[in-house]
Design a protein around this ligand. Structure first.
Ligand SMILES: Cc1ncc(COP(=O)(O)O)c(C=O)c1O
Length: 380
């Protein structure tokens, strides 16, 4: 048995030791198959070890494993062009890093730099990462405490979907408003379109930057490439990570002219960000998502899951596409454990009653039916 005693004990562990993965399935160390409706925390966008993604990674690794951003590389340039084309106008410039927190950290940094202001407004239930600046805008006492200990001023939090509170909070000291169009941690809570539209208007009017954290909900998960597109609201910066590289660490901060203006060499940086191999993985991921119609699949299968869950008596289904939250009359952790016993992986959330589904975007209708059948047994 593998020992984890040298690791810091910071992660709760699922009861599985996966050794292989294919599509929506994991094979454990005893050869048993598990249906993965958690997707390695929304990372396995194209499914586990998609052969086309793996091949492209191997080819690039063989060609040139790494060189830093001190030299240009066609993968980095092509990926930036693809993302700029996929992001809503006027987002047209991209900075690459390695994690969601870094992408958000850079978006916050750019908002403060551009406006010369310090305060950030964020939304109750929002979750943005574990660096000091992202902890300061994340909701929850234990996260905020980490920022306070480091001397970082906390964001002003407004209640979820509360336009009036937002209008009051965004004054002329505010550099930016950071929001997840579909919140991940709270269990796939999707913002009202009117809230995001109002956020756009308020930010423009007060000279603040609107920052969309699409680290979890982006890269096709809602059924559109970005939730910004789905909602028809263009932020000043949009961050992507998790599903972007199908499992290799890569994140992107995509900005429009408001935040790119005046930037010069050395204003941002990352040794590993935009390396040839993660960029190759992201290019292959985009190819598979487009070629296999995975965004339409996420919308279709998400609808099917939502309908099926409601038919089983699930009290409320929230979220978009394949980022769904199922609200039960019993603790979600109990439902998750019962599904584990049936070799089905799902996620919980910060809301004890909400179970989170974030399967690969390639999750099929028969796989959705297997998940619903498992749920039916658990809820019986
Ligand atoms: C919405 C959102 N933002 C930021 C992050 C942080 O990403 P990372 O863990 O890659 O730093 C996460 C991670 O769960 C997330 O869900």
């Amino acid at each position: 048995m593998l020992t984890t005693s040298a690791l810091l004990p910071v992660y709760a562990q699922f009861p599985i030791r996966p050794v292989r993965g294919r599509g929506s399935w994991l094979i454990d160390d005893e050869g048993a198959e598990w249906l993965d409706a958690y997707g390695g925390h929304a990372v396995a966008s194209t499914g586990h070890s998609h052969p086309d993604v793996v091949r492209v990674i191997a080819e690039q690794a063989e060609q040139l494993l790494f060189y830093s951003t001190v030299v240009p590389h066609p993968n980095r340039e092509r990926l930036a062009e693809r993302l700029a084309a996929l992001a809503p106008d006027p987002l047209d410039r991209v900075f690459f890093a390695n994690s969601g927190a870094e992408a958000n950290e850079n978006a916050l940094h750019l908002a403060r730099k551009r406006t010369g202001r310090q305060t950030i407004v964020s939304v109750a239930g929002g979750w943005h990462g574990r660096t000091v600046a992202t902890l300061a805008v994340t909701d929850g006492a234990r996260y905020e405490a980490g920022a306070v200990r480091a001397g970082m001023p906390l964001s002003r939090k407004v209640p979820f979907d509360d336009v009036d509170a937002l209008a009051v909070a965004v004054d002329d000291t505010v550099a930016g408003v950071i929001v997840e169009p579909v919140q991940g941690m709270t269990g796939a809570r999707d913002c009202a379109p009117a809230f995001l539209r109002a956020a756009r208007e308020i930010c423009t009017e007060r000279g603040a930057a609107l920052l969309f954290d699409e680290v979890q909900c982006g890269v096709g998960r809602t059924g559109a490439f970005t939730a910004a597109e789905l909602y028809g609201v263009a932020p000043d910066a949009l961050t992507l990570a998790k599903g972007l590289g199908s499992g290799l660490p890569i994140s992107a901060t995509i900005v429009g002219p408001f935040l790119s203006e005046g930037l010069a060499s050395g204003d941002l940086g990352s040794t590993f960000g935009g390396g040839p191999v993660p960029c190759a993985a992201a290019l292959a991921t985009l190819d598979v998502i487009e070629r296999d119609g995975l965004m339409a699949n996420a919308a279709r299968v998400g609808e099917h899951l939502a309908r099926g869950a409601r038919a089983l008596g699930v009290r409320q289904v929230q979220g978009r596409g394949l980022l769904l939250g199922l609200r039960f009359d019993r603790p979600a952790a109990e439902v998750q454990r019962a599904l584990f016993a049936r070799r089905i992986l799902t996620g919980t959330s910060s809301d004890p009653a909400v179970l989170r589904l974030l399967p690969p975007l390639s999750f099929s209708l028969p796989e959705a039916d297997l998940l619903l059948a498992g749920l039916k047994e658990v809820l019986a």
